[in-house]
Design a protein around this ligand. Sequence first.
Ligand SMILES: Cc1cc2nc3c(=O)[nH]c(=O)nc-3n(C[C@H](O)[C@H](O)[C@H](O)COP(=O)(O)OP(=O)(O)OC[C@H]3O[C@@H](n4cnc5c(N)ncnc54)[C@H](O)[C@@H]3O)c2cc1C
Length: 212
Amino acid sequence: MTERVPVVVIVGAGFGGLAAAKALRSAPVRIVLIDRTNHHLFQPLLYQVATSVLTPGQIAAPIRGILRTQRNTTTLLGDVTGVAKEQKLVFVNNADSDEVPVRYDYLILATGAGQSYFGHDEFKQYAPGLKTLADAVAIRNNILQAFEQAEAEEDPVLHRDLLTFVLVGAGPAGVEMAGAMAVLVRSSLRSEFRRIDPFRRCERGPKIYRCS
Ligand SMILES: Cc1cc2nc3c(=O)[nH]c(=O)nc-3n(C[C@H](O)[C@H](O)[C@H](O)COP(=O)(O)OP(=O)(O)OC[C@H]3O[C@@H](n4cnc5c(N)ncnc54)[C@H](O)[C@@H]3O)c2cc1C
């Protein structure tokens, strides 16, 4: 009688989930790796996509491609909606079906974290999160659209409003984002516009950068 191989279900193919799958590559287990996207994302470079410095494909790699030689691992595209601990099941929504049960012997939940507005969810509509490729592309489009609107605007007084970007938070992400925006303006936008001067002065205050 052949012994049943334990099934390890890993939810999330970010840094954590992928590291867990790779660590188990030679273990006598069957791994089922489930992610709601088909790509592993290098989140630390999302701000470079949000400012057009990199393309989405440069910071995302297909999960299946990364694990193509890892024979004990199956990759599933789907959104895990729940866990039934007693029955050792996770439930997955995919393109065709809802609540598909997937059995596990061991479960690793590596779903990452969402952004927090620290009690100010009303900020969300003005300041979307920067956690996914879709977020980065949406921010990139908003930034480029602002420059287009300013170029189309004949009233120079309104240029200032259209080209004022406020970054709240001067931690690594905020400072990196400010730097990447400066690179975008200096490297390409500066020579491409005629009615506006996209290059604007930035001043450093005691705690933050203030642009005028
Ligand atoms: C803009 C930005 C800049 C950063 N810069 C740095 C840095 O400079 N240095 C540093 O050390 N860290 C940085 N980080 C943090 C770092 O990227 C995270 O700590 C890391 O990605 C966390 O890894 P994780 O595997 O826990 O989660 P994630 O990488 O978020 O992966 C979670 C995965 O789970 C999937 N998932 C989530 N929920 C479900 C579900 N219900 N069903 C199926 N799949 C699901 C997601 O699609 C995703 O693929 C940065 C993060 C961001 C957003």
